[in-house]
Design a protein around this ligand. Sequence first.
Ligand SMILES: NC(=O)c1ccc[n+]([C@@H]2O[C@H](COP(=O)([O-])OP(=O)(O)OC[C@H]3O[C@@H](n4cnc5c(N)ncnc54)[C@H](O)[C@@H]3O)[C@@H](O)[C@H]2O)c1
Length: 347
Amino acid sequence: MTGIRGTGKPVRVGVVGFGYWGPNLVRNLDRLDDADLVVVCDMSEANLAKFKAVYPDVPVTKDLGVMLADFALDAIVVATSAPSHHGIAKRVIEAGLHCYVEKPLTLESAHAEELVRLADEKGVVLQVGHLMEYHTAVNWIRDHIAAGELGDVLYLYAQRLNLGKVRTEENAFWSLAPHDVSIVLYLLGEAPDYVSATGAAYINEGVQDTVFANLHFPSGKVANIHVSWLDPHKVRKFTIVGTRKMLVFDDMEATEKIWIYDRGVGAPGQAMAFGEDLTLRFGEIVAPYMKMSEPLSMEVQHFLDCCATGATPRSDGRDGLRVVRVLEAVDESMAAGGAPVNTVVGV
Ligand SMILES: NC(=O)c1ccc[n+]([C@@H]2O[C@H](COP(=O)([O-])OP(=O)(O)OC[C@H]3O[C@@H](n4cnc5c(N)ncnc54)[C@H](O)[C@@H]3O)[C@@H](O)[C@H]2O)c1
């Protein structure tokens, strides 16, 4: 279906925030037929000038109020820095407009919950920029798991490591892990019931440079997420261990991102008596071919489709809330010396 609410007309979209990431969203909105990029808002003159240099015909404003009042918009995309997400998204949703918010949805789960309830009340679409849920490889893995190819998933772990970029306003988990948390929840299709985490701050007091977070799920599955900006390796890798096979997703690889290992313990379905020698299976290793699409383009198109149909986005406000709750609970657990912290959300 194209066009807003079946009218055949493109979705009239405004973008708030034209800093580092906003230009990527603008580029996609500009080239997709289902969007009409109507106005861009940024409080920085310099960034508005950069926008004007590329899109001279699209109006700009420094005032969100003007954007909301004067342009008969259907939807607003929020790509400002995270502390401003809650306040801006709240005004957008209260104005009855569909809203896309970059990750993380908010900095507090109570604020995310408020936005979810408000969007429900107003009947508008709330989508969060969990980009990796639109990544071809991630969706291939999700389908592969659903088809039972790995057997039952037992556990998984994610590593996102590098040297730099060191931040002072947020710790390494808030900076690096939102995508990993969203991938883990998306792949497992469930939300964790509690987390426990350990981290350490070496460079700036109170700002963890490295974090090891354990997520526990109601099904009994466990996931570990290790992030660091103080590490000799550049790694962005997922390892998933199933009862039949094991899968590695290496996002640093240009083409062969997924490797499937036919490895495990014992033959499938074989019951082993206590004390009997374990049979280890070392089968073939396969790297499946897949044609990659730009995740951001898929994500933006998905938002436009949801605006047109009223469908609930894949990465909706509730997904955003669950991710924020995990990020928040990891901080709470680190502050409590690694104690388990409940992550069940209220909506
Ligand atoms: N999906 C991804 O992979 C990805 C990658 C990078 C950044 N991001 C997200 O995108 C968002 C923006 O990050 P960034 O790196 O572009 O930040 P940035 O600081 O470079 O840009 C933010 C822009 O928003 C403007 N702004 C801030 N508050 C405003 C307000 N109240 N009204 C109008 N303009 C305002 C600033 O002037 C600036 O131009 C963040 O939520 C970040 O997490 C997502």
